[in-house]
Design a protein around this ligand. Structure first.
Ligand SMILES: Nc1ncnc2c1ncn2[C@@H]1O[C@H](COP(=O)(O)OP(=O)(O)OP(=O)(O)O)[C@@H](O)[C@H]1O
Length: 259
């Protein structure tokens, strides 16, 4: 579905943020990219979603294919039309708009079936249904993250890009995010998630990549990565803690939750 072939990215005259990076994200799968601060995770997401130039970045080489067709060089609107939606880091919801207005803002303008998309979003995130008339600023951090994810789903993407969805959230809420990612996959949308929280990301993912200084240093199935010494020591605290989180994958979707 998504194939990133050897892309290199640079901002200004600085060192490359991505160096000949290869990655694949398959249909119906969750693909995780983990790595520390500055590894290049957000840059990868920005490159795939077409927003890189708005942030002063440029693709210096390589190509990005979606369903076998080149998509690098397309802008974000064209990419949403092709089926790629991006939920950027930092829960950027429109604070003064209501939950429903935020969701409507995520629907592609060409779509007539916004009502059906709203109903789906409310079915998946009941807490948003209950608060549809509230301004987003009144939601908790976890609820705002849910709103950001639900808004991304409003364009009915085939691939959802999630940038650090667990950032700054309490462990219980991180657990909910993991469950939601599994639910999204269950609904047929592929997910590419970048995370510093490797335990959560590798617990819900099918495949994964470890990024360091703009390069892929390890890749494999999520199970393989969880078992490596490098991932254990660097990202999972050496305790096998990801195993505890595996229950995400088997759990039925939550009917209702609040952060
Ligand atoms: N807009 C920008 N202008 C200049 N340099 C940037 C910009 N955005 C990112 N960088 C640099 O690119 C490199 C990769 O940053 P990126 O934000 O992609 O990493 P990350 O893995 O997402 O880290 P974090 O978890 O801290 O967001 C870093 O060296 C960073 O300083």
């Amino acid at each position: 579905m998504l194939e990133v072939r050897g892309i290199s990215v640079r901002y200004g005259q600085g060192a490359p943020a991505l160096r000949s990076l290869h990655l694949r994200a398959g249909p119906g799968q969750v693909t995780a990219v983990v790595g520390g601060n500055g590894a290049g995770k957000s840059t990868l997401m920005k490159a795939v979603s077409g927003v890189l130039p708005f942030d002063g970045g440029r693709l210096e080489g390589g190509e990005i294919l979606f369903d076998g067709r080149p998509v690098h060089g397309l802008g974000p609107t064209a990419l949403v039309r092709r089926g790629i939606a991006h939920v950027p880091e930092g829960r950027r919801v429109f604070a003064d708009l209501t939950v429903e207005e935020n969701l409507r803002a995520g629907a592609s303008t060409a779509r007539k079936d916004v009502r059906a998309s709203l109903d789906e979003a409310y079915g998946m995130f009941e807490v948003l249904a209950e608060r549809r008339r509230q301004r987003a600023v009144l939601l908790s951090g976890g609820e705002q993250q849910m709103l950001a994810i639900a808004r991304g789903l409003m364009s009915r993407p085939r691939l959802l890009l999630l940038d650090e969805p667990s950032l700054g959230l309490a462990p219980k809420v991180v657990e909910r995010i993991g469950e939601i990612i599994s639910v999204i996959r269950g609904s047929g949308t592929a997910v590419l998630v970048v995370e510093q929280n490797a335990a959560m990301a590798l617990a819900v993912a099918d495949d994964g990549y470890v990024l360091e200084q703009g390069r892929v240093v390890l890749s494999g199935t999520a199970a393989e990565l969880r078992a490596t010494d490098e991932v254990q020591q660097l990202y999972l605290g050496g305790s096998g803690s990801a195993e505890e989180l595996l229950r995400f994958a088997d759990r039925a979707p939550l009917a209702r939750w609040s952060a």
